[in-house]
Structures are given as structure tokens and as C-alpha cells.
Design a binder for this molecule. Structure first.
Ligand code: SF4
Length: 453
């Protein structure tokens, strides 16, 4: 159960389908786990863009009537967890603008690391900003560019930004999809059953709308979608891949393929590696749902210790407006997770989670398992200690609040009141995702502090 590491956002683009906004809506449903604070869709009918966005879940923001107003055969959509900016409606996406070439809408997953510098320069030059979003910088850079075509203006603009960006742009007649040179955040290309195209943060969106995966948008690549033509590929930057390894650890849905691999399989591999690195004599392996499930299955298969669902998760608990007292916080965890006494009582339990952030939730879970009668609780974590915050579009607490930045593994074990604690190390994590030995292609900065940008 996650405590304060949150995936940023999801993006989707549909091109060449008469019900583009409906397909964008269904795709956003599949991507809801990447952001629950706001959702939005812009569509183009060829002459005009239409936009609806609001705070809340996709299902709350849209209904049949609203979708009917989003007419046209192309659409872009977004779900947001606030990263850069704040959580007001102004900071929901798509970001829409009118400029000298017409109208455009942009959706963005990631975080721009030089956003403040770029924004200050733009303000000095007279730009007026409506939001705190780094994405708004792009609108200004595109509007100011001297290039004649939008495609060239986009290329101009992305040369001036740094950091993590998977972007989809919509104009009246074209759609553009772009990833930064490192490809921090995922973005895949698929084909709709009518011959149109879809791009989305994760392939689970393709499955729902019946699209077939073609390939990933390459790091540094701009894809141009134009009516009657196959997507045209423009190499804007030399690709130097540094995919976010946390997508495999926790963020992406297990039924997705990201960066060309099954998320479920990589998570199971992590569990197997964890069992090799950190074995323990125990009676049962249980996951912290939902994030720990595939790794716990892997741990069980490798160790031969039976797997059971020892903790049930209540999926219907939303945000609770309860007092932040110790007692109430314990109650909040219990509202979400309840132990299965018949599985746990009198047993030596291995409990598997994907990561430990502050340690407070792990401690509550371990207390809960002991109260339910576990004779021993051994915590196993299917990623290395999270020691550093993310600057590439993931909401993480500051270093002071990350338990692994401030305590040794033994100290964390004591703090969370586990009988033993074992983490995966970086090499085993890389092995689980089939990385090369020198970790050429992955960002692991939140475990190592080695930032790329
Ligand atoms: S710092 Fe961590 S969460 Fe951020 S992109 Fe790198 S691996 Fe992903």
C-alpha cells in the first residue's frame, strides 16, 4: 500500500476515429491509477478544438452528454496527479491555447527540470502565465517560435526544455507525440481496429479499446499524425534511454507492457530475486495488496513457501477526512487493509511489499499482522531502499522524510517492528528487468541518488 509516492499523470492520444473522445475516455479509465486528481479531454473536429476538464476521477468528470460535445476524429486526454503546479482546476490538463497558427492542446506526463529558468526568461520577455504548470512553458515557447509550421515550432520548443516529458499535442488537423531523449516516462503507439492510431502511457489502455500495440515512441522521437498518412517519425534528439525503473516496481499496471516488457513478469522476477537474496524460514508468503502481489508470487515460487492472500484490501475507500491523530491513522490503514486471521494466526509470515517510503504504513501493517496472531513477521521489499526524491515527474517526499535516507536497514527493521527485513539490491533489480550489467537504459536515481539530468 503506497504511502506518498505517487505516479504523476497519464496521457492518451487518438487519431483517425469518429468516436475519438469516447476512446480517449475509455483509455483514461484504464490509466486512472496514474492520477486521480483531475481529468480532461480535448478533441478536434477539423475546424475547432473542444475541451472539458475538471477535478476528480474520469468517471466523475465525464458523462454521455459531455462526451457528445467533444466531437471530431482526434482527441488527447490526461489524468493528473499534481506534480509541478498545484491541484486547482487551472492546473488540470489538456492545456489549451489560441495562438497565431490557430489552436492547440497539450497533455504532458513528466516534469521539466529547467522549468523555473525557462519561465523566468519568458516572464522577463513579457509572457503572462495563468497556471503554475511547467507544461504552460511549452505553450509560450511554441507561440514565440519564429518557425512557420507547428511541427517545427514543437521541435524548436522542446530544444529549450530539459527533464522528463512524454507529450501529446493536438492541433485542428494533426496530432504529435514526443518523448524526451531519455524516455523517462513510457509512451506507446498502437493501431485501432478501424485503422486509426492511439498513443498512451501504458498498453493497458490499448487492451480496453481493442487496439494493437505497434511499438514504443522512441526516446527523442517526434511522431506526426496526419490524415491519410502513416505516422511520420522525426528524430529530434539522439536517444539515450534512461527509463524509470519504478514503473516496473510500482507505478504501471501489471497487465501493461512498458518499455517493451511485461510489468507483471518483471515484478515476479523481482520476487524471485528477493527470495534468493533474502531467504527466511517461514510458513506463508503474503503480499501487501495490490502492489506486492506479483513479487510475493515470485517469492513463493522461488522459495517453495506457500502463497496466500493474508491481507484483504478494501477498494472502495477514498480519501478520508479524519483527524490526523495516531489512533485515527491506524484506523485509516485498517479501513483499507484487513488481515485474514485464519491464514496468519500462529504462522511465521513473510510479507512482501514493493517499497518502503516513510515506514509508518509498514509498521502499521506489521502490528496488524501480529495482532491477528502471526508468530513472526518478516518484511521483504522488492526494490532497493528508496533514499532519494524523484525530479522526473514522480511525487516523492523530501529526503528528510524518506526513512531509508535516514536509517540503516537494521534501524528500519526495528522501527517497523519486523522480525527481519530484506530489500532487493540494485543489481538484482536490474537483473529482474533484464537490464544490461552496466545499467545503460534505466534511471535508478531514487535508489542511488545518481541523477541523469
Ligand atoms: S528517480 Fe526513481 S521514480 Fe524518478 S524517474 Fe528515476 S527511477 Fe523513476
Amino acid at each position: 500500500m503506497r504511502e506518498n509516492i505517487n505516479e504523476k499523470c497519464a496521457v492518451v492520444g487518438i487519431f483517425g476515429h469518429e468516436e475519438a473522445s469516447k476512446l480517449a475516455y475509455f483509455s483514461l479509465h484504464s490509466l486512472q491509477h496514474r492520477g486521480q486528481e483531475a481529468a480532461g479531454i480535448s478533441s478536434s473536429d477539423g475546424t475547432k478544438l473542444h475541451t472539458i476538464k475538471d477535478r476528480g476521477l474520469v468517471m466523475r468528470v465525464f458523462n454521455e452528454e459531455k462526451l457528445a460535445t467533444l466531437s471530431g476524429s482526434s482527441a488527447v486526454g490526461h489524468t493528473r496527479y499534481s506534480t509541478a503546479g498545484d491541484d486547482s482546476i487551472l492546473d488540470a490538463q489538456p492545456v489549451f491555447a489560441r495562438y497565431d497558427l490557430g489552436e492547440m492542446a497539450i497533455v504532458h506526463n513528466g516534469n521539466l527540470t529547467n522549468a523555473e529558468v525557462v519561465r523566468s526568461k519568458l516572464i522577463e520577455q513579457g509572457a503572462i502565465f495563468q497556471t503554475f504548470m511547467d507544461t504552460e512553458n511549452l505553450i509560450h515557447l511554441i507561440a514565440k517560435s519564429q518557425q512557420e509550421k507547428l511541427q517545427d515550432r514543437i521541435i524548436d520548443a522542446v530544444q529549450k526544455i530539459e527533464g522528463a516529458f512524454s507529450l501529446v499535442f493536438l492541433s485542428r488537423t494533426k496530432m504529435f507525440a514526443m518523448r524526451d531523449r531519455h524516455g523517462f516516462r513510457p509512451l506507446s503507439l498502437g493501431r485501432l481496429s478501424n485503422g486509426g492510431y492511439i498513443v498512451a502511457s501504458e498498453t493497458c489502455a490499448f487492451d480496453l479499446v481493442g487496439a494493437k500495440y505497434i511499438r514504443d515512441v522512441e526516446p527523442g522521437e517526434l511522431l506526426v499524425f496526419e490524415e491519410g498518412k502513416a505516422p511520420q517519425s522525426v528524430k529530434v534528439f539522439e536517444a539515450t534511454p534512461k527509463h524509470c525503473i519504478f514503473e516496473y516496481v510500482y507505478f504501471a499496471r501489471p497487465d501493461s507492457h512498458v518499455f517493451g516488457q511485461s510489468v507483471y513478469q518483471t515484478r515476479k522476477n523481482m520476487g524471485k530475486e528477493l527470495a534468493k537474496m533474502s531467504p527466511v524460514e517461514a510458513d506463508v508468503v503474503i503480499p501487501v495488496p495490490d502492489g506486492g502481489v506479483p513479487a510475493a508470487i515470485g517469492y513463493s515460487q522461488e522459495s517453495g513457501i506457500p502463497y496466500e492472500m493474508g491481507i484483504m484490501r478494501n477498494h472502495y475507500v477514498g480519501r478520508t477526512f479524519i483527524e490526523p491523530t495516531q489512533e485515527m491513522r491506524d484506523l485509516k490503514v485498517k479501513m483499507k487493509l484487513s488481515p485474514m486471521e485464519e491464514i496468519i494466526k500462529g504462522k511465521r509470515v513473510v510479507v512482501v511489499d514493493d517499497s518502503i517510503v516513510r515506514g509508518t504504513t509498514s509498521r502499521r501493517i506489521i502490528r496488524m499482522l501480529k495482532e491477528a496472531g502471526a508468530s513472526e513477521v518478516h518484511m521483504r521489499v522488492s526494490s532497493p531502499p528508496t533514499t532519494d526524491p524523484c525530479f522526473y515527474g514522480v511525487d516523492t517526499p523530501t529526503k528528510e522524510k524518506l526513512i531509508a535516507a535516514n536509517m540503516t536497514v537494521d534501524e528500519i527493521c526495528k522501527y517497523i517492528e519486523a522480525d527481519s527485513l530484506g530489500y532487493l539490491d540494485e543489481a538484482a533489480l536490474l537483473k529482474s528487468v533484464n537490464a544490461t550489467d552496466d545499467n545503460e537504459n534505466y534511471c535508478t536515481a531514487c535508489f542511488t541518488g545518481k541523477y541523469i539530468v
